[in-house]
Design a protein around this ligand. Structure first.
Ligand SMILES: [Mn+2]
Length: 322
């Protein structure tokens, strides 16, 4: 596999920009900050700047997170741009013009759909996370605790704490190498991944309490109305994770979460385990997604939405094809 030498590529650059995809996640922020620390440590005199749309609240514990900018300085020319965890140029968002102008373009990613070509492109779809690839590009003497913290967090997030099937033997070896640098794994995993705000917990509790089982207890459904959101002062971000909790209920095949983000307007998340292909259901109702995780938007009355979903789900549970 082609290996990039980040230090060598940046040796003659005066200013280096680093960026990732819109709506940055743990792997995106972690890989950007990991590369940021590597270059700052190697070339303290150079201008190195990370550009991301935002840093999610739960990831602000990473060293260097406070240096990230969400608008670019038009008076600085970056001769090198390093894009991470980013499948296509458009996904860079506001920093795309900086990328376009840069003389040297570096792309490191693990999305199978990645379309980049160029001299400094490194795409490994087998890697669990961009952070895993970046870790392999950093020699042991350059791998500081700060870098290890950033990369560890990214791997934790993209593997769902080493749970998803993208976790390989190599992933664990990389994680072990980062761990050896002194990463406080419990702090990173709990604070950035599992920790919830009080409001998020209240919404989760309420959703579980009001959920119900149907179709022979094979489908679990919960509805969060706009009244409930308003009562708790919750926003759509506070709904994250509710569907996953519904979906780990023992014995169910599929789960449905309906939430009313505005009065009469709903977002619907669907999950399934084995039999039901929720992507076809979501597609039939105007949305899309993957076989076991999909969603769509709807307006009107949530009773009708449930009826529409169940009608399609029954067909699949009964083994009919549609
Ligand atoms: Mn990723």
């Amino acid at each position: 596999m082609k290996k990039l030498d980040l230090k060598k590529i940046c040796k003659d650059s005066k200013a280096i920009a680093i960026g990732g995809h819109v709506r940055p996640d743990g792997d995106c922020v972690g890989s950007c900050l990991g590369v940021y620390h590597l270059l700052k440590n190697t070339y303290p005199e150079k201008e190195v700047q990370v550009y991301l749309e935002f840093v999610p609240e739960s990831i602000k514990l990473l060293p260097g997170a406070d240096t990230v900018k969400n608008a670019y300085d038009t008076d600085v020319y970056y001769d090198t741009f390093i894009a991470l965890d980013n499948g296509s140029e458009e996904r860079l968002g506001f920093s795309e013009p900086v990328w376009q102008k840069a003389k040297t373009k570096v792309e490191i990613d693990h999305h199978i759909s990645n379309t980049y070509v160029g001299e400094h492109v490194l795409i490994d779809a087998k890697a669990s996370a961009a952070c895993e690839i970046v870790a392999d590009l950093i020699d042991d003497e350059d791998l500081t605790l700060e870098i290890a913290q950033c990369l560890y967090l990214g791997i934790v997030h993209d593997t769902g704490v080493f749970k998803h099937n993208n976790t390989t033997e190599h992933t664990m070896c990389v994680a072990g190498r980062l761990l050896a640098k002194g990463v406080d794994t419990e702090q990173i995993i709990n604070q950035s991944f599992y920790q919830k705000t009080y409001v998020q917990n209240q919404i989760l509790g309420r959703s579980l309490l009001e959920s119900f089982l149907t179709l022979d207890r094979r489908v679990i459904i919960s509805v969060i109305t706009n009244d409930v959101l308003t009562f708790y002062g919750a926003s759509s971000q506070d709904i994250d994770g509710v569907i996953d909790q519904l979906n780990v209920t023992e014995g169910i095949e599929a789960s449905v979460l309906i939430y009313e983000y505005e009065i009469g307007k709903f977002k619907i998340s669907l999950r399934s385990h084995h039999i039901v292909d929720v992507s076809t259901i979501a597609k039939a109702l105007g949305g899309g997604g993957h076989i076991h995780a999909a969603g769509f938007n709807a307006e009107g009355n949530w009773h009708d939405i449930i009826n529409n979903i169940l009608e399609l789900m029954i067909l699949q549970l009964e083994g009919q094809t549609e």
